[in-house]
Write a protein that binds this ligand. Structure first.
Ligand SMILES: [Fe+2]
Length: 416
């Protein structure tokens, strides 16, 4: 093979020589690292620049920068990656942190890199677009429809039906799609028993056992040290903010109610957070950065528990500012003692702004739960509450493990 030896400006700094096969030279307009290099025939959909510290790639309408170490570490060749187990075989710690490719080549669909030891890495360009930082920061991890009361009602998200839900994957998929988009979803015609409620939840995921048990069923009997076990109204909140990992999904089934009141209140916490972001980005930032403690202390003869959870009210992915969890429970919020007074002052302003959005009547969806109608609530997103009630009201439900709900959704082909 005819080879031409070329000393590249950026490699000369590193005192390294690069060998590029002559047949590849025609694919380069120039070897200047500050200019775009194209595939042949030109014009092509892809161009690249070999910078000192990264490879810059223009493809699919994106300009992306890939660290050289990253490009070696993510190699999908058979010796570096086990495609049967989808696990990395390459020992990342064995890679020279200042590694650079000896050769770089791009065709219309692939990037080829030859490393100093002769190993060749091939990436699909579309894979790089999907997995680049620049691609990720413009896309949501989880597509969602933010809602207020009227937009949710207009969306007319259909409830699943018990019999079909239990036997048909398409019905389960439709249910989960609604759950992912809105953070709430319903199954109707469920037999009004704890056992049937357990079956309907197990169709979706695994039950998460907590100190409240596996399946819980309660009336307003004050049997636990929590306001939920009374007939009082409950302001909007998320549950178990006092866990290090708050419960992912809450399930409610009202088995019986002989009395008045007791409607369930639902508020899309992500919509409220988005309103704060639009109106006051600096207040949104405070809510996403200040760690807050929530605490549950129960001292009853049968139940002694002390739980502490710490985290910001708004948990966001730093690369795209997408909220993935809201912890909002004014009942269980503990003493604020982890930030100085000036931050406390700003945090209360931010908390007030969020609370105003959460309490905006336009954002309140009121639902009367009745026997047969099971609701699944994304406890990382949708706040729940209730109005006070009279008479006997028996409610049952459970928590589900979040990972397994999302796992079920992905297995059905949904983005979760
Ligand atoms: Fe609750």
């Amino acid at each position: 093979m005819l080879l031409r030896r070329i000393r590249l400006p950026w490699f000369s700094v590193l005192k390294a020589q690069v060998t590029i096969p002559a047949r590849l030279q025609r694919s380069c307009e120039t070897l200047n690292s500050n200019r775009w290099l194209h595939t042949t025939p030109h014009p092509s959909p892809c161009a690249w620049k070999a910078r000192d510290d990264c490879l810059e790639l223009k493809h699919g309408g994106l300009v992306m920068q890939f660290d050289y170490m990253w490009l070696r570490d993510h190699c999908r060749s058979a010796s570096c990656y086990n495609s049967k187990t989808n696990q990395r075989s390459l020992d990342t710690a064995s890679i020279d942190l200042s590694i650079r490719p000896d050769q770089t080549r791009v065709d219309n669909e692939n990037l080829f890199l030859t490393w100093p030891d002769g190993h060749i890495t091939q990436y699909k360009l579309d894979w790089l677009v999907q997995n680049s930082y620049e691609g990720q920061k413009h896309s949501a991890m989880q597509p969602r429809n933010l809602w207020n009361a009227s937009s949710y009602t207009r969306a007319d998200a259909r409830s699943a039906r018990w019999e079909k839900f239990m036997s048909c994957d398409q019905e389960l998929k439709l249910f989960l799609n609604n759950f992912l988009l809105y953070g709430i979803a319903f199954v109707e015609d469920v037999p009004a028993t704890v056992e049937a409620t357990e079956l309907v939840t197990q169709r979706v995921s695994l039950i998460r056992e907590t100190m409240y048990g596996r399946m819980w069923s309660f009336t307003s009997d004050y049997s636990r040290g929590d306001t939920a076990y009374t007939k009082l109204a409950l302001d909007r909140h998320t549950d178990t903010a006092y866990f290090q990992e708050p419960c992912g999904i809450q399930v409610f089934h009202c088995l019986r109610h002989e009395g008045t009141g007791g409607r369930t209140l639902l508020v899309d916490g992500f919509h409220a957070a988005d309103q704060v972001l639009q109106k006051s980005p600096e207040l949104f930032a405070i809510l996403s950065q200040v760690p807050i403690k929530h605490e549950y202390i129960e001292n009853l003869s049968d139940h002694c528990n002390h739980m502490i959870g710490i985290g910001p009210v708004l948990n966001v992915y730093p690369w795209n500012n997408e909220v993935y969890m809201i912890r909002y429970n004014n009942y269980d919020r503990a003493v604020i003692n982890t930030v100085s007074q000036d931050v406390v002052q700003r945090w209360y302003r931010a908390h007030r702004a969020l609370t105003s959005e959460l309490r905006n009547p336009e954002n309140e969806l009121w639902v009367k739960l009745k026997p047969g109608k099971v609701i699944f609530i994304d406890n990382w997103r949708v706040l729940h509450g209730r109005e006070s009630f009279t008479g006997l009201r028996q409610l049952c439900g459970c928590y589900l493990t979040r990972d397994d709900v999302l796992n079920t959704a992905r297995s059905l082909g949904l983005k979760a």
